[in-house]
Ligand binder design. Structure first.
Ligand code: GLA
Length: 787
């Protein structure tokens, strides 16, 4: 709800648990009074005001009329440069006369019942999302800035964006146009960003905010794996379950910047938006520039609550509503199984095996088109390779459908190889500069999506592909960052627009295709997680999280990813060992257990599975399907963090708390292990729960020559019989099935069986091993179980 106190010129935006309060300052600048835990509407707002009562030493007083007021320490909602605020401006302009001074003052406001929709850009949507619109105006330049604040009450989210209107007779260069700026008092906050690179995306990185400026950004043309366009500020008391924290996430897929500045007065300025580096936008008279939307949230119940706010927003207000709470199929992807080396026979063999395992969707990855046998050619030629698939995609899809599986396909439409028909026909469609030999990434170049004809062409060619066969899923890849940034379609003074125009072109294309093919489930991918952001999620309801499918690396990747994104968007596949990315061996059960806290897939040569693996995988998929809604859409809690402890604990719980699933993931086996007790604060103290361990198996490899201590038979681990048995024998792990009161689970915790102590193995022992894991299904007891 939004209330405007017109006389006091105060605007109070309230969500269920938070308040955001804005005030027009006496100077007419737009100030911020407060952002945090919900405050009553009926308060004395003066008590929130900073005291600007003393003459300012070594500062610029904004006006001679009040020598005590300087912009440099005011909490401002739209700071610019030139009138004494020497912190980072939110917007920066180069005016027709060469000056850069702007001074935006309050002009008017209105409260809109609904959120306005602008040009084709991703955004948070919803019915009756009250929006505050505030107009600011700079007299000298005749520039108008409209600020929009939308209140997603149930999610405890405020979204912000601005629109800049040039009301002058002259063009203006916009050099910086961020989506938000917020000033708060420092309470010893730390900044957490989610940093990384290929195969190590979204690693948690926390740093203290010292005086100065911290900036995370992307100049890569995509939001990038280096820094996710999402960050958190938290005070020193904050942990997963308690403490104050703020989250900021940008709904944008291109170059971005996030700035945290601490000034000498222990005030913190927080900003986010399109990267001002290499951005300049000539705004002609009567034209507007619209910034992407940024999402703000606050929690005083720790990081989990902050994440859940964002998860709710993504599930309800970002992803395509057609896919809201719709179970995502368990998929098989042939990439790590075959790479480029496949034909129809091989694919169908895999598909039959997949069907037998219980898989629901067969995804044909890279290599099905043009002359593509490796990554040096054919991107751009989106017609089938008849040598590999003589009967075409249509027939392949038909045959897969006949097996009662859905069919999906991989594309990388934004890219082109020199060695392609498309390049022969349209060398001018590539982002490059005539005087530079273009630098390649994965042997490929990027198409110039700033050109309408390129977007039209891709629209046409993909429309043909998607309507040519029964394609129900599409993995949309993007495997390089953008260099050689130059477009011959833009005038010299418009080249600074290219990065943003590329993103707008992409959004245009995605909007057209997703509208034309509403039934296709799109999964975004960019060498894994190089473009993992809310912008892509608006068009594609899930993302391939990382090319790293090693389960242990995935502990860290998924734990970090869950901070900003729900498990219902996190693609997670079981692959073979040793892992292609780190040559590590992790247990098959852990590879599943972790993937189950996401969108489960299998990406390994399932035609080579041992009988042991086949049986185990079948049981895994059965279990996942039995709890698909809960795994994919349950409320997610992170408990123990693998970054800080030897174990990671994850829980998904149903809204009504009648069922939950706990996952325990161990880093390394410890000698003489500690006792475990796991608090489950998300459960209901008034209920009684039954906790059942998922049936899991070891292969005999777990024991090797020690097997005689675990089984009542003698086996020579080097002999053939052992080898035969290890591929067949399902060695059961301990069982666990008990009834425990909710208040015990909440207040004292769940006590699983004792861990292996090095003193023998039997049914009472929980042997985890390196990278071992367990899953427990927890549900309210049925009436007849109660005594
Ligand atoms: C990227 C993707 C992979 C796979 C390959 C195919 O690396 O992230 O999953 O699709 O491309 O070339």
């Amino acid at each position: 709800m939004i209330k405007a106190f017109v006389k006091e010129q105060i605007f109070h935006l309230q969500t269920n648990n938070t308040s955001y309060i804005i005030k027009v300052l006496p100077s007419k600048h737009l100030g911020n009074l407060y952002y945090g835990k919900k405050l009553d509407f009926d308060i004395d707002y003066q008590n929130l005001e900073l005291k600007h009562k003393l003459e300012v030493g070594s500062q610029v007083a904004y006006s001679n009329e009040d020598k005590t007021f300087t912009l440099n320490t005011a909490f401002l909602e739209m700071p610019t440069f030139g009138k004494g605020d020497f912190r980072e401006p939110m917007c920066h302009f180069r005016l027709n006369d060469g000056s850069r001074i702007t001074d935006f003052l309050y002009q008017s406001h209105q409260i809109l019942e609904n959120k306005p929709k602008f040009q084709e850009m991703p955004e948070a949507f919803g019915d009756k999302i009250n929006t505050l619109e505030i107009k600011l105006y700079d007299q000298a330049s005749s520039l108008e800035v409209i600020l929009y604040y939308s209140c997603f009450e149930d999610q405890d989210i405020i979204t912000r964006r601005i629109v800049i209107n040039n009301k002058s007779q002259n063009p203006v260069i916009v050099e910086k146009a961020l989506s938000m700026s917020l000033d708060i008092n420092n309470e010893d906050y730390s900044l957490t960003s989610f940093d990384g690179a290929w195969i190590k995306e979204r690693q948690i990185n926390q740093q203290k905010i010292n005086p100065g400026i911290i900036k995370i950004d992307s100049k890569k043309g995509v939001s990038s794996a280096d820094h996710n366009p999402f960050f958190v500020l938290s005070n020193k008391y904050c942990n997963e379950l308690q403490g104050k924290c703020y989250g900021f996430s940008l709904i944008y897929s291109g170059n971005f910047e996030a700035i945290v500045e601490r000034n000498p007065y222990n005030q913190i300025r927080i900003q986010m938006g399109i990267n001002s580096f290499d951005f300049y936008w000539e705004l002609m008279p009567d034209k507007s520039f619209i910034t992407p939307e940024v999402v703000l949230t606050f929690s005083d119940q720790g990081y989990n609550r902050l994440s859940q706010n964002l998860h709710n927003l993504i599930k309800n207000n970002i992803i395509n509503p057609d896919f809201k709470n719709i179970n995502r199929p368990v998929l098989f992807n042939n990439w790590e199984a075959t790479m480029f080396d496949f034909n129809q026979r091989k694919l169908l063999k895999l598909a039959k095996k997949a069907k037998k395992l219980g898989i629901e969707l067969f995804v044909l990855d890279d290599g099905w088109f043009g002359q593509r046998n490796d990554d040096t050619s054919s991107l751009g030629d989106w017609f089938v390779n008849r040598k590999k698939l003589p009967l075409g995609i249509v027939k392949l899809a038909e045959k897969i459908n006949k097996l009662d599986m859905k069919f999906g396909i991989w594309v990388e439409p934004e890219m082109i190889n020199f060695d392609s028909e498309l390049y022969k026909n349209h060398p001018d469609w590539v982002i490059s500069h005539p005087k530079h030999k273009p630098s390649l990434g994965r042997n490929q170049l990027v198409l110039d999506l700033a050109k309408a004809e390129v977007v039209d062409y891709l629209d046409e060619v993909l429309t043909n592909l998607f309507s040519s066969a029964n394609i129900e899923y599409c993995k949309w890849d993007m495997n390089r960052n953008i260099s050689d940034l130059y477009s011959d379609s833009l005038s010299p003074k418009d080249q600074g627009k290219l990065g943003h125009l590329y993103v707008l072109g992409l959004y245009q294309l995605l909007s057209r295709l997703t509208r034309k093919f509403p039934k296709i489930l799109f999964e975004s991918c960019a060498s894994g997680g190089n473009r993992f952001d809310l912008g892509m999620l608006y068009y594609m309801p899930q993302i391939w999280t990382s090319d790293n499918t090693d389960a242990f690396s995935r502990y860290f990747i998924q734990y970090g990813t869950y901070f900003g994104y729900p498990q219902s968007v996190v693609g997670a596949h079981v692959s073979d060992i040793p892992s292609m990315q780190v040559i590590r061996k992790t247990p098959l059960e852990t590879r599943f257990n972790l993937s189950a806290f996401g969108l489960l897939g299998y990406e390994l040569d399932i035609s080579l599975l041992t009988p042991f693996e086949r049986k185990v995988i079948k049981k895994q998929i059965e279990f996942y399907k039995a709890h698909q809604q809960l795994f994919q859409f349950g409320k997610l809690y992170r408990l123990a963090s693998p970054y800080q402890e030897n174990e990671m604990h994850l829980v998904v719980v149903s809204e009504d708390k009648t069922e939950a699933i706990l996952g325990i993931f161990q880093n390394f086996e410890q000698p003489n292990a500690e006792f475990s007790k796991i608090l489950l604060p998300m459960l209901d103290i008034t209920k009684k729960y039954r906790i059942i361990k998922r049936e899991q198996y070891f292969s005999l490899d777990m024991f090797g020559h020690l097997v005689k201590h675990a089984l009542p038979i003698k086996l020579n681990a080097k002999a053939l019989l052992f080898h035969l048995l290890r591929n067949r024998y399902l060695f059961k792990t301990e069982t666990e099935d008990k009834i425990v009161e909710g208040d015990i689970l909440v207040h004292n915790g769940f006590i699983p069986k004792q861990k292996f102590m090095g003193t023998g193995y039997n049914e009472q022992v929980r042997l985890m091993g390196d990278f071992g894991s367990r899953i427990y299904y927890i549900r309210e007891v049925y009436e007849n179980e109660k005594n």
